[in-house]
Design a protein around this ligand. Structure first.
Ligand SMILES: [Zn+2]
Ligand SMILES: [Zn+2]
Length: 305
């Protein structure tokens, strides 16, 4: 029952310093979702032994090339691999036309079912996808063209109870669901046991938020309130704050401020500008505001717990 994120690309705009444009592979209980698909994503999937044939859905944050130019190659590869499983792609308005132009321009037709879902809303969070294992919610970011952030949430896992303890204390079958829900139990001698005594593990659904690209805005903290892991772009350091504002990007410090306001579990920084070869200062700057900060290093896997 794993829930984790494999970093495939963490640079902004262009490949540099061994870093690739944006892409991540999200695994929720063995269902695989691709988040953004910058150039080189296929090679990165191969490099880290990720099975690209198992990707069920692709989510594209926006139509700047560093977030989806790898998609056309991937769609074509699936054809060559004789994919039969349907594929869903979510992204902003315009994606459908873009894919049709590139794919049809090759003179080939896809042999598998491709469903493209275009997002077109300017406010609020919307549930856009749900399957057996996960829910995905999208919400608007603030960038130069329509851009969406996403929250991946695993579906609620039942609390497990210790069957041996239940038997030992002669808990009637009919009371087990109450204990699962958190109700205390009083035995025949009047002794009271808290529900946690019988609960093997209390599991709450994990939530992962992906926010790239965006300028700093206060409402973002509301959208991602309390997520376990929060990926936020940090194209620049705070010394380039003006440039960030002009290009509608964010700095490491701003990402950390949103993480702090949203009371997230951990912050993951990425989408670094090519002007920075070393990323040490990103870590330092963000940690001064939000200590639980990590850098999205390609090949690294981050668990959502
Ligand atoms: Zn970008
Ligand atoms: Zn962009």
């Amino acid at each position: 029952m794993e829930f984790n994120v494999l970093i495939l690309g963490s640079n902004s705009a262009l490949p540099a310093h061994g870093r690739h444009p944006s892409a991540q592979l999200i695994n929720i209980h063995d269902q695989f979702y691709l988040m953004d698909c910058g150039e080189g994503t296929q090679m990165q999937l191969d490099r880290y032994d990720a099975k690209k044939s198992r990707i069920e859905c692709v989510f594209i944050s926006h139509l700047h090339g560093d977030h989806y130019f790898g998609l056309f190659g991937l769609l074509t590869t699936y054809n060559l691999m004789q994919r039969t499983q349907p594929l869903k792609v979510f992204g902003p308005l315009g994606l459908k036309k873009m894919i049709a132009t590139v794919i049809h321009g090759t003179g080939n037709e896809l042999k598998y079912e491709l469903e493209i879902v275009e997002l077109d809303f300017e406010d609020g969070a919307q549930l856009i996808f749900e399957d057996r294992e996960a829910r995905v919610v999208a919400f608007p970011l603030q960038h130069r063209i329509p851009t969406y952030g996403f929250i991946f949430e695993e579906k609620k896992v039942r609390v497990k109870l210790d069957g041996r303890l239940l038997d030992q204390h002669k808990v009637p079958e009919g009371m087990r669901e109450d204990i699962r829900a958190g109700k205390d139990f009083t035995d025949e001698n009047g002794k009271r046991y808290p529900a946690s005594y019988f609960q093997l593990e209390q599991i709450t659904p994990g939530r992962y938020a992906y926010c790239s690209d965006t300028r700093y805005f206060e409402k973002l903290a509301d959208y991602v309130k309390g997520v376990d892991l929060f990926y936020h772009e940090a194209t620049f350091l705070d010394s380039e704050k003006e440039r960030a504002e002009k290009t509608l990007h964010a700095t490491a410090r701003q990402a950390a401020e949103t993480a702090k306001n949203a009371e997230v579990g951990r912050l993951l920084l990425g989408h670094f500008s090519s002007r920075y070869k070393s990323l040490n200062d990103f870590s330092k700057e963000a940690k001064s505001v939000f200590p639980h900060t990590y850098l999205a290093v390609e090949g690294d896997v981050f668990s959502i717990d």
